[in-house]
Design a protein. Structure first.
Length: 375
């Protein structure tokens, strides 16, 4: 069986660096907010061109911290896409706010800026909820259309929370590096993400000093910047462990090289799979970090069966769009509300994707797919 994501080969390349880093943490005894966490924050801010980076315990907590800093709660609406991982609308709902979905562009699977404006107008004309923010998602590693989304957001004075949990390091056509495109950017260091640690982890990014100050406080139970026992608001316990920061410092060193390899792997896939299924579309000037390599095909079931028999794992991101999930039932959506998200969910599937995938393996996968679709 070939691996879907090859963390073992990656570990071989960074073993010494990781073990030395972990050992330094063990020797220091600074398991919470140790030196490695602030060093990582400095490097993450520099990598993305953000003024501030703040590490936290997961991508989900990053989203929660962003929503809390923007004081979003009951009676508020937040627009996001119906084609994402559940943590995106879940974080909004956990704040007591209402997730409002806006359909995707079927080429990129990301928020459609034109539909976004229609959705904003609809929420405003209904007048029931106060629109507070937009959460575009950088799905599968490609940044959303931020130049267009920002134009709409600015027109209606709405902050953008960038869900770059799959998109750390992605670039849009302006050359901006994710997650620096929004008012607040969020990412995840879950092991399977393009930049992952060895457990749960995440980070928030912003250029806004006031929002940074609020998130710094929220990270540790709403502490004040002067005295941690002088709690000034409700917060969370959402710190990143120092051990995970040590792992991430080692992985960040090889990350640029891994991103290059991901481009090569994606290019090879594109060449080998041309005409066999609907291929991913990367907008001109964009750089995806290829968190996933997803195809669409009416024959996806046959393809998955043949690949499985050939020892090639596949996955489905995501088989149920957010508005049709049981957990979202209370918001009154129905099938047919978001045709593009529903179409994507109906026939999408993902192939193995990681920087260590060999050309020969990709050719083997393509051959199996060709056989499955009868070509
Ligand atoms: C993984 C993911 C999250 C949540 O990140 P965790 O670190 O698992 O909490 C949120 N949004 C998207 C789009 C994701 O892919």
């Amino acid at each position: 069986m070939i691996p879907f994501i090859d963390l073992k080969t990656q570990y071989g390349a960074i073993r010494e660096e990781v073990l030395n880093g972990l050992n330094a943490v063990l020797e220091s005894g600074q398991f919470i907010l140790g030196r490695e966490v602030s060093e990582l924050e400095k490097q993450l801010a520099a990598f993305t061109g953000s003024k501030y980076a703040l590490c936290c315990s997961s991508g989900t907590d990053a989203l929660l911290m962003a929503l809390m800093a923007l004081e979003i709660g009951p009676g508020d609406a937040v627009i996001t896409t119906p084609f994402t991982f559940f943590a995106t609308p879940e974080s909004v709902a956990l704040r007591g706010a209402t997730p409002v979905f806006s359909d995707i562009d079927l080429r990129t699977y990301n928020m459609d800026p034109e539909k976004l404006e229609e959705t904003i107008r609809r929420v405003q004309s209904e007048g029931k909820l106060k629109l507070k923010a937009i959460i575009p998602v950088d799905l599968f590693g490609q940044a959303a259309d931020y130049p267009a989304i920002r134009a709409v957001a600015e027109k209606y004075s709405l902050p953008i929370i960038q869900d770059a949990c799959q998109g750390f390091g992605a670039k849009d056509a302006t050359g901006a590096v994710a997650p620096s495109m929004g008012t607040i950017g969020c990412t995840s260091f879950f092991p399977a993400k393009p930049l992952g640690c060895y457990g749960d982890g995440g980070a928030v990014f912003t250029d806004d000093e006031e929002l940074y100050g609020k998130m710094y406080s929220i990270l540790v139970h709403g502490r004040s910047s002067e005295d941690k026992y002088d709690n000034v608001r409700l917060g969370l316990n959402a710190r990143l462990d120092t051990m995970q920061a040590a792992v991430l410092l080692a992985k960040l060193k090889i990350f640029p090289g891994e991103l290059e390899r991901r481009q090569e792997v994606a290019r090879t896939y594109m060449e080998c799979l041309d005409g066999l299924a609907t291929l991913p579309v990367i907008l001109p000037g964009y750089r995806s970090v290829w968190a996933q390599f997803c195809l669409r095909s009416p024959k996806f079931r046959e393809i998955q069966d043949v690949l499985k028999a050939d020892g090639i794992p596949t996955a489905r991101y995501y088989p149920i769009p957010m508005h049709l999930l049981k957990a979202m039932k209370g918001y009154g959506y129905k099938r047919g509300d978001f045709p593009c998200a529903e179409e994507a969910a109906s026939n999408i599937f993902a192939l193995p994707m990681h920087p260590y995938l060999e050309k020969e393996t990709i050719q083997r996968i393509a051959k199996s797919i060709a056989r499955a679709v009868g070509q």
